[in-house]
Design a protein around this ligand. Sequence first.
Ligand code: SAM
Length: 212
Amino acid sequence: MRLRKVKNLEKRMERLEHLLLKKKTIRFKEVFGNGNPVIAEFGIGRGEFLLEMARRRPEKNFFGVERVDSVLLQAMEKVEKETNIRYLLANVEDLEGVIPENSLSGLFLNFSDPWPKKKNRKRRLTHREYLELYDIWLQENSQVQLKTDSPILFTSSIEEISQSGHLLEDVTLNIEESPAYEDNIRTEYEERFTAQGHPIYALRFRSKKVKS
Ligand SMILES: C[S@@+](CC[C@H](N)C(=O)[O-])C[C@H]1O[C@@H](n2cnc3c(N)ncnc32)[C@H](O)[C@@H]1O
């Protein structure tokens, strides 16, 4: 994500405080004022995808996490009347204890940073340590969806997901040709890569609970 210097960042963030959650244990029912299912996206960038989801699915709540403040601000400034969307400025790796157990009903990972060097593979959002966290945060059998243009991230995700005992679904090397994604909403990065002629890879898997 190319970073632009943003003027009056703090003031503009303050104005949108009602959309921004604090980095402490989140009580989603209180936040949204209802018990509707909560769907998350980690690494929302400028947020078009999640906002479009919120517009199409008013019966669900949407929760976006982004670690760069100037980027998150641009996402929040797009919100108009939607009441079913909230944001958190954070790195996903710091969210243990912030997102409650079994509080999420779905998760999107869209064009997550691929971290191509092997020494950085633990930072990929589909590394097994993240998958363990997702299994804690997600209700059992919730859907996680990954889209990427990166063969490295895609291949390593398939390995991590299957080696950690999750069942892969709807794996495709070209989202445009897969009926499983016919209602696909393109993200900002996806628009860019598609225009450049790159195929978009996608997969889904289901969260599981460790049985004691
Ligand atoms: C390549 S961009 C993709 C943005 C958007 N999802 C899209 O598809 O257009 C990745 C975004 O994820 C954010 N990000 C990467 N790792 C993150 C992490 N660990 N926690 C929170 N945000 C993260 C980056 O700051 C960046 O905005």
